[in-house]
Design a protein around this ligand. Structure first.
Ligand SMILES: Nc1ncnc2c1ncn2[C@@H]1O[C@H](COP(=O)(O)OP(=O)(O)OP(=O)(O)O)[C@@H](O)[C@H]1O
Ligand SMILES: [Mg+2]
Length: 483
């Protein structure tokens, strides 16, 4: 609900509750005041009323006997005029519709009204009368009424009290209504704002993990949502910044670590030439060849480092293409076979794919992954006849690629660490060249394909590097977008 609407409804509810309570109180007041009419009179009034009531009863008892028989009209009129005179009283003798006698000053309309009324007090021409109504039986058996009335002082404080009562009832009703609507307002608006306030002060203090939950009215929910998006973006940018910092730190540390060795050795050979240690042309040439080789190696490391940090920061775009994975691997094997032959290593492809051969890959980047895995198999080969087997199989959702070699293998406890940046197993560190970034780069590339890469150790018998790539649904030998 919108705040504007809620405020509007709250105001209407306040007015309604106030009105209802005031109306109920007024009705109650009138109801009880009618019943307790006499009680609202002061002591003087009460004495007066008691006296007059007594006199009226006596008059009535005189005129109507115990058998409810009434005296004759003439007797009655005479007696009433005499006995009511000093009290300024009035009377109505109602025998039947056509036989009514009344005092002067009471008209026909008043007669009908008074005969119908059964109240203790009667208003005639603005004057308050106390009445005594007595029933009797006519000679023909029908019922009649003798109504005797004497004026009593009107309650002046009645209306004053009524206004005080109504004012109190109104104020009371207004307070209740206000309390109800304010409570509801606070619950619906202030509570979420307080939560938001707490969350923003958390963010101000650097805690970007405290989630802002949407609650309350529409505008407040939108405000919470806006803050939550802001929090997530801020968190992302802080994470990215720390990633940049970590990257920079890594580059600096690896440059000082991995590049220091070749630079020291280049410097040694250059000094050898300058100092004349390389005293023949042949030696100078050999030194320069080594310097060139070391420089190439440094170049590779720097390229790897740059590629790794760019991939890490998502700075390199991917060019995904639908590719027949079997053909793709056949081409890779073709490319490497010649070079591997020189090292007595054979390659073999086993395709067990049934439902699909199509995947969406960035061919260039995945080629880099495969070349690194095959190059590792070559570098870490300790058998006379090397063997690299590539198996292609599938699960319901993925294509699994296993590249297995029969090289020196990896210890079980190190098998999960080889995908870490700059991680090189000690024996390979000493024997072969490499930055230790090859598999870290491979992991990033495979994960950017929404795939997974992992290794399996076969002890001293070799190593398997496995990759899973998501399958696309095959439609007319085509593949649906999955990336
Ligand atoms: N097939 C394998 N057999 C045995 N050890 C392996 C194999 N593949 C990787 N390793 C171990 O994992 C480490 C990390 O491999 P990775 O490819 O990341 O780095 P590298 O080959 O040392 O350097 P780079 O690939 O950057 O030239 C290697 O140093 C090696 O110790
Ligand atoms: Mg490698």
């Amino acid at each position: 609900m919108k705040i504007k609407k809620r405020l509007f409804i709250s105001n209407i509810i306040t007015v309604l509750i106030t009105l209802i309570i005031t109306i109920v109180a007024t009705c109650g007041f009138f109801f009880f005041s009618a019943r307790l009419d006499i009680r609202r009179m002061n002591t003087k009034n009460i004495e007066e009323v008691v006296d007059k009531s007594k006199s009226l009863s006596e008059i009535s008892n005189y005129l109507i006997d115990s058998e409810r028989k009434i005296k004759t009209n003439v007797e009655i009129e005479k007696y009433l005029r005499y006995s009511l005179a000093d009290m300024n009283g009035k009377y109505i003798l109602y025998k039947s519709q056509n036989d009514i006698i009344q005092s002067e000053g009471i008209n026909r309309i008043d007669v009908e009204r008074i005969v119908d009324e059964s109240k203790g007090t009667i208003d005639i021409n603005g004057e308050n009368y106390m009445s005594k109504i007595s029933g009797f039986q006519n000679e023909d058996g029908s019922n009649g009424k003798l109504i005797l009335m004497v004026p009593v002082s009107k309650e002046t404080f009645e209306s004053k009290h009524f206004f005080i009562f109504i004012t109190i009832a109104f104020v009371f009703a207004f307070i209740i209504a206000n309390f109800i609507t304010t409570y509801n307002f606070v619950r619906r608006i202030m509570q979420p704002i307080n939560h938001l306030k707490a969350a923003t002060s958390d963010i101000r203090d650097g805690n970007l993990d405290s989630q802002i939950i949407e609650a309350g009215d529409e505008e407040i929910r939108e405000l919470c949502n806006g803050f939550e998006i802001m929090r997530i973006r801020l968190k992302d940018s802080v994470t990215l910044k720390s990633k940049y910092d970590e990257n920079r730190r890594l580059i600096v540390s690896s440059i000082s670590h991995d590049l220091k060795t070749p630079i020291t050795s280049i410097k040694g050979y250059v000094e050898g030439i300058l100092d004349g240690v390389a005293n023949t042309e042949e030696k100078v040439f050999d030194y320069l060849k080594i310097i060139n080789m070391k420089a190439d190696y440094m170049n590779v490391i720097i390229d790897d480092l740059l590629l790794h940090s760019k991939l890490d920061l998502n700075q390199i775009p991917y060019n995904f293409e639908k590719t027949d994975i079997v053909n793709y691997f056949e081409d890779c094997i073709c490319e490497c076979e010649g070079e591997l032959k020189k090292y007595n290593i054979d390659m073999n492809l086993d395709n067990q794919l049934v439902t699909t051969r199509m995947v969406k890959i960035d061919r260039e980047k995945l080629r880099r992954v495969i070349i690194n895995i095959i190059d590792n198999a070559r570098k870490y080969m300790d058998k006379e006849y090397g063997q690299i087997n590539i198996d292609l199989r599938e699960t319901n959702t993925s294509i699994i690629i296993e590249i297995r070699d029969n090289g020196m293998g990896i210890d079980e406890e190190e098998v999960n660490k080889i995908f870490n940046r700059f991680y090189r197993i000690d024996k390979s560190r000493n024997q072969t060249k490499g930055s230790g970034l090859g598999l870290a780069i491979a992991k990033q590339i495979v994960e950017d394909h929404k795939g997974r890469i992992w290794a399996k150790s076969h002890g001293g018998e070799g190593t398997s590097i496995l990759m899973s790539l998501p399958k696309g649904k095959v439609l007319n030998n085509d593949v649906e977008d999955t990336l």
